[in-house]
Structures are given as C-alpha cells and as structure tokens.
Design a protein around this ligand. Structure first.
Ligand SMILES: NC(=O)C1=CN([C@@H]2O[C@H](COP(=O)(O)OP(=O)(O)OC[C@H]3O[C@@H](n4cnc5c(N)ncnc54)[C@H](OP(=O)(O)O)[C@@H]3O)[C@@H](O)[C@H]2O)[C@@H](O)CC1
Ligand SMILES: Nc1ncnc2c1ncn2[C@@H]1O[C@H](COP(=O)(O)OP(=O)(O)O)[C@@H](O)[C@H]1O
Length: 499
C-alpha cells in the first residue's frame, strides 16, 4: 500500500528527526538521494546537459546540493528567489556549477537562462516544495515555460505549483508537469489525489530516515495488496461460506445492466448469486449465467440499483417492483452496494432521517454524487463542483449518508464516514474503461467482496483495482466493452494472486 501524509504531519515528523541530527544532515540525505536518481536517469536517457531550477526555500536547497553532487553531466543552476539557500548555493558553486540568478519578479529572463534551458536534456525542478502555494508566480512561470518539451522534467519532492495538499486542482494556475518526481521520506497528498497527481509522473520515494506513526490521510492499494485482501477459498469452504450475493438490478427498460452486474458477480467468484428482477432480465441473466439462482433468499450482501428505475418502470408490460425490493433492503440489515437508480432511493431514505447500520458502499459517479448531496443536504451541488473538488465532496457524501462512498472516475476515491479514516485513491483503470456498463461490472465485483466479509472501504478499493486490471487484461492498450471486463476478472484475479 502507498500512503500519503498530511503536510503538517510530514513537517512535524521531519522536525523530530532533524532535532537529533547534525545541522543540515536531513537536507544532505535528501539531496544525495535526489542526485542518485538524477544520475541514473541522466545515464539512461543519455542526457548530457542538466539544468537545476532552485526556488527560495529548502526545496531549492535540495536541488542546489544535488547539483553539487552530480558528476558526469554538464550542470547549470538557475535560481529564482530573492535569496537562494546559502549553503546549497555555495556548495554548487564550489563544485564548479554555474549558478545564474533571476529576480523573482523579473518580466524577461536573462539571455543566459534562455540559452541553458534551450540546451537542457534533463531539468530538475526545485522551485517549490511542501512550502509552496498552488500556482507559480513571477519569473518562475517564465522559467518553466522556457523548459523545452524535449527535456526530461524531474521534480524535487513535488511538481512546483501543484498544491501540496492535492486539493486545488491543476489547470487553474501554472504548474510544472513532471515526467518524474523524487519525494523524501513519505508521500504527500499531492502525489496521490486526482487534482494534482497527473503532474507527478513516475514517483520515487527516497528514504531519509523520517517516519511517523500518525495515520495517513490518503492510501492507495497496490497490486501486491491483492494477495492479503482477496477472499481466496480454503479446503473447508463451501458456496455458502464463500458468500451469497443478491443482485437487484435491471428492469424491462434496462435489462442489460442486470446481465452485466450478475456476470461480474459470477466471474468474481461469488459462492452463489441470487438474481431478483422482472421476467425479461431474468431470462437474459439465466441465458448468460446459468449458475444464477433466480428469486430472493438468504444472502450475505446485495447489489442494488444498476438499471433500476427509482420511480418504477413505465414500460407497458412491466410488473417490476425493483424499487420496492431496493427500499426493503435499505431498511434491512444485509450489507449493500448501492449503485445507479438505487442511489436516488437511498438519498430520499436518508433525507427522511434513516441511517443504515449494516456495511454499505455507495458507488456514484460525479453526477450521481452531486444529486445525492443535493437531495440529502437540500443545497444545490453540481457535477462541476464535484469534479473540481472530488475529495471534499466524496468525504461530505460519506459524512451525511453515514455510508462508505466510492466516487467513480479516472481516479476512484473511497471515503469512510469517519473523517479520520484515510481516503483511498485508486488509479488502476485505463481510460478505455469509460464505457457504458462498466459501472455495473464494478458494482457486481464490489458486492462479491462485501458478501465475502470485506469491510466496504476494502471492498470498494479492491474492486476498483481489480476492475481496472481486468479492463487491461481484456484488451491491453485498446478499447474494451463492459462485458469483456467482467469476463476478464478471473484471469485478472489469478494474475494478481500470482497463480
Ligand atoms: N523539512 C525538512 O526537514 C526537509 C525538507 N526538505 C525539502 O524542503 C522543502 C520544503 O522547504 P520550505 O519549507 O522551505 O518550502 P519551499 O516549498 O521550498 O519554498 C517556500 C518558499 O516559496 C515561496 N512560495 C510559496 N509559494 C509560492 C508560489 N506559488 N510562487 C512563488 N513563491 C512561492 C514562499 O514564499 P512566502 O510563502 O514566504 O511568500 C517561500 O519563500 C520540501 O519540499 C523538501 O524539498 C528536504 O530537504 C528534507 C528535509
Ligand atoms: N477516464 C477514465 N479512466 C479510467 N476509468 C474510468 C474513466 N472514466 C470512468 N472510468 C470508470 O468507468 C466506470 C464507469 O462507470 P459508470 O459511469 O457508472 O458507467 P455505467 O453507469 O454506464 O456502468 C467506473 O468504474 C469509472 O471509475
């Protein structure tokens, strides 16, 4: 698992370690680790000219010290600050590095700066670190603009101009978009949250001997975590002990959602899948998955909502009571995955003052999350607002509903109603997964994990990881349909389990 700590906690941990070390030792460790990565990358890329950008704080200090440790490539430093880190600058100069200084509010860059940047093969961005505010100001913007597209851009600690807390999204103000980021000690939210992670590139964590025992604020499951979380059956298991998952999905108007959700549940290894729905989807579900048991019965968890119309089906032949089935389950004690049409039913139920006691995972996309918040809080929330501040909104939805909330998108976020529990942030899916029906597949997968007894936060984040890997397994590097993703789940799980 990769974890990210709040900036204040990182600073506190660094301060504790620094107090027991000789002056400057922590920065030396950071700079040596950074220089090692830069040297390896320069060699791999055949980079002959390296330009180090240094800002006013310790991030600039790291970069200047690293410049002093590099031998091999031709290194120049460009400092943008009223006053550069004095020891870092002295060390760089003593090592023979030319340090060109730029006034922070200069409107045009000195010719020498443009010249060295134009020739740079590799640029080390040490303008701003965790002391930076979102966006670049003054000459920093011009310096970053002058970096040629062909140069490999390696950021120190974080891409300058990106919000260290990962809250202010990229795109509102100038920021570095790095090919690689070398961070120190521990990850920060900027590296893992959807607003900023696109600027981070490849991430390397250098050990500088700093640790903390405070809980992280962000977590990300990695492929290696699947082995410890996935419910692998043992010799003594039978279909009921593995978990029965009920699926209340599909309607006469949207029968396909039932097929996708059920197929996904069957492929994910449920002990048994029970399907509850009207005639046509039941026929289609049984044709696709003869393993399915139609009709209600005992279950360890249920998935409710894909293809369900919350106000009932207006199809002329419909004898569909799906919305009633959903309401009944909301009021019961079976763990639930609540998706699509059932989210609206849950929102009305919560707005009426009800709270679920059993484990519950809501799986909205941004538009559904906006509607859920609007219905529950009575304040208008738009999809754009959710997309601009996804972490804030997913946390708020979890708090007001009392449920774990999984917000779907290119990055999937999973938030617990308890604000002290770290948010999970998964980026396992190729963009090809943005296709109709993919959400139904995710819901089926999460339902199986909930039925196997995983807590909703683990069920949701593990489902998002496996869903993304299955999309890649289904067709590496190309388009996928939702049904192909569901069918690829068994191979994806086997690969992740290393079998
Ligand atoms: N702590 C440790 O033990 C270790 C720390 N390490 C390193 O230190 C880094 C943190 O250093 P730091 O605290 O000096 O902050 P840093 O980001 O370099 O600069 C702050 C300066 O930037 C300015 N500024 C802010 N925003 C701006 C903007 N948008 N545009 C322009 N200017 C802006 C701001 O100005 P002010 O806010 O005062 O106006 C202030 O002058 C950390 O990321 C890591 O690399 C490692 O050595 C390991 C040990
Ligand atoms: N750009 C993207 N990159 C990767 N995955 C994405 C992207 N956009 C959406 N997804 C994923 O695709 C799925 C779409 O779900 P959803 O919007 O509910 O579709 P549907 O309702 O048609 O099933 C979700 O799992 C979501 O996380």
């Amino acid at each position: 698992m990769i974890v990210g700590y709040a900036v204040a906690d990182v600073r506190a941990a660094e301060d504790r370690v620094r107090a027991d070390l000789p002056e400057g030792e922590l920065m030396q460790r950071a700079a040596r680790g950074l220089a090692e990565v830069v040297a390896v990358r320069a060699e791999q890329l055949g980079a002959r000219t390296v330009v180090v950008l240094a800002g006013p704080g310790d991030n600039g200090g790291d970069a200047l010290w690293a410049a002093s440790f590099l031998d091999g490539p031709d290194v120049t430093a460009v400092g943008v600050a009223p006053r550069l880190h004095p020891e870092g600058r002295a060390a760089a100069r003593a090592a023979g590095v030319e340090v060109v200084e730029v006034e922070p509010d200069a409107e045009t860059l000195p010719g020498r700066v443009l010249e060295v940047l134009a020739a740079a093969d590799l640029v080390v961005d040490g303008l701003l670190g965790i002391g930076g505010r979102a966006g670049l100001r003054g000459a920093m913007t011009a310096v970053v603009d002058a970096v040629p597209d062909t140069a490999y851009l390696l950021a120190v600690d974080l891409p300058s101009g990106a919000d260290p807390a990962g809250e202010e999204p990229l795109g509102r103000a100038p920021a570095v978009v790095a090919d690689e980021t070398v961070t120190f000690g521990m990850c920060k939210p900027v590296h893992l949250l959807p607003g900023t992670e696109a600027a981070v590139g490849r991430l390397t964590v250098v050990d500088i001997g700093v640790e903390t025992d405070v809980p992280p604020v962000v977590e990300r499951l990695e492929h290696d975590d699947v082995r410890s979380l996935w419910p692998v059956p043992g010799m003594g298991d039978h279909k009921y002990s593995r978990g029965v998952v009920g699926v209340v999905a599909g309607s006469e108007a949207y029968p396909g959602a039932a097929v996708l959700c059920v197929t996904s549940a069957v492929e994910s290894g449920a002990g048994m899948v029970r399907y509850v729905g009207p005639g046509r989807p039941t026929d289609l579900v049984l044709a696709a998955c003869p393993e399915v048991v139609p009709g209600p019965g005992r279950m360890q968890a249920a998935v409710v909502g894909p293809g369900v119309e919350p106000h009932g089906c207006d199809h002329p032949d419909c004898a569909d009571h799906q919305a009633d089935h959903v309401r009944e389950l909301l009021g019961g004690d079976v763990p639930l995955v609540v998706d699509a049409g059932a989210l609206e039913l849950l929102a009305s139920w919560v707005a009426a003052g009800n709270r679920r006691q059993a484990p519950t995972l809501l799986t909205p996309h941004a538009g559904e999350l906006a509607r859920l918040l609007t219905a529950v809080t009575g304040e208008e929330v738009t999809r754009d607002q959710v997309e601009a501040a996804p972490v804030e909104h997913v946390r708020r939805a979890a708090a007001v509903s009392g449920c774990t909330v999984l917000l779907k998108g290119s990055t999937t976020l999973v938030a617990d109603p308890d604000p002290t529990v770290p948010v999970r942030s998964q980026t396992d899916a190729p963009a090809w997964l943005a296709t109709a029906g993919a959400g139904d597949v995710l819901a089926g997968l999460a339902g199986v994990l909930l039925a196997a007894g995983l807590p909703p936060r683990d069920a949701g984040s593990l489902a998002a990881l496996v869903h993304g890997v299955a999309a890649d397994v289904a067709n590496p590097g190309g388009p996928v349909r939702a049904l192909a993703v569901a069918r690829a789940i068994p191979v994806a799980v086997a690969r992740l389990l290393g079998r």
